[in-house]
Design a protein around this ligand. Structure first.
Ligand code: NDP
Length: 283
């Protein structure tokens, strides 16, 4: 028995999601549903791996014959660091959530969070981001991960607001060759009201709201909380209360980023709508 994976070799093509805490991850259910839909044989499990342990866990995973790994909090930067190759969007994001091995055994990574967010907004909810003014709250791993995909969607502007201003400034600086991102002081809204507000902070996890003025939201606004929960998150409830056109949580993003990982590993694209519907029904 290894520290994280059993001794010997996996019986089926083996995948997992690693992070800490990991007990409540929905990834096994999502990948299991995709596999059933497309008749793919696999085993997908949750594995608790703490900060600082990813390199050792990946080595053990590879020896076990593991094929692909999803990486979540707090390991996304570690995954990025230990990769020998990165997709362009992962390279830009500075964080990775999808890992596999190339033919010569080297670690490769991708970041599918941004594509998942944009697909959920554009495909599932019909929100075209082209020409829109976007306000992104937060400058942590998730916010950083979605910036490349948001820029690919050609918004009119992308503003970043974060409690720690230096982190917002650092995020903007790392994309300076692609676009001019505006930093908005925490607690303020941009001068021109944004069309789309994305909450990429962990505030909803603690039942709290970002201190945005109510004037930031109007009848045409789209508000998106990357967090998801059985009931409306505080940010979703706040946006609904202010009459936003759409107030969405991050469940669709979760399923869409998983579909991107699945497509990367299996060369097959699963249908996401039935899986989102099943998860919504189950919660
Ligand atoms: P990080 O820990 O990397 O970043 C946390 C962010 O929240 C930082 O911007 C931080 O600001 C801010 N923050 C934390 N506490 C406070 C506070 N009290 N007041 C103001 N700002 C605060 O987390 P992640 O970026 O990885 O995750 C962010 C969220 O996105 C999580 O809720 C996560 O579940 C969700 N997520 C959802 C996904 C999905 O598929 N739906 C995928 C990935 C993430 P500061 O810099 O000042 O500390």
């Amino acid at each position: 028995m290894g520290r994280w994976f059993p001794a010997g070799r996996a019986d089926l093509p083996y995948f997992c999601v690693v992070g800490s805490p990991i007990a409540h991850s929905k990834s096994p259910a999502i990948h299991g549903a995709f596999a059933a839909q497309l008749d793919v044989q696999l085993r997908y499990e949750r594995v608790e791996v703490e900060a600082g342990q990813l390199a050792a866990a990946v080595a053990e995973f590879q020896a076990y014959g593991g094929r692909g790994m999803n990486v979540t909090l707090p390991l996304k930067e570690e995954a990025w660091q230990l990769a020998a190759s990165r997709t362009p969007r992962a390279a830009q994001a500075g964080a990775a959530n999808t890992l596999w091995f190339t033919d010569d055994g080297a670690v490769a990574v991708d970041n599918t969070d941004g594509a998942g967010l944009v697909r959920d907004l554009e495909v599932n909810h019909g929100v075209s981001l082209a020409g829109r003014r976007i306000l992104l709250l937060g400058a942590g791993g998730a916010a950083r991960g979605v910036v490349p995909a948001l820029l690919d969607a050609a918004p009119a502007s992308l503003a970043i607001s974060n409690r720690t201003p230096a982190r917002a400034a650092a995020l903007c600086a790392s994309f300076v060759d692609r676009a001019v991102l505006e930093v908005v002081p925490w607690g303020q809204a941009p001068e021109t009201r944004p069309d789309v507000i994305i909450n990429g902070t962990t505030l909803s996890l603690h039942g709290e709201l970002p201190p945005l003025p109510a004037t930031a939201v109007a009848a045409g606004s789209v508000c998106y909380d990357m967090m998801y929960a059985n009931e409306a998150t505080p940010f979703v409830a706040w946006a609904r209360g202010l009459g936003a056109r759409l107030a969405l949580d991050g469940l669709g993003m979760l399923v869409e980023q998983a579909a991107e990982s699945f497509a990367r590993w299996h060369d097959l694209r699963p249908a996401t709508a039935p899986v989102i519907a099943a998860l919504r029904g189950a919660r």
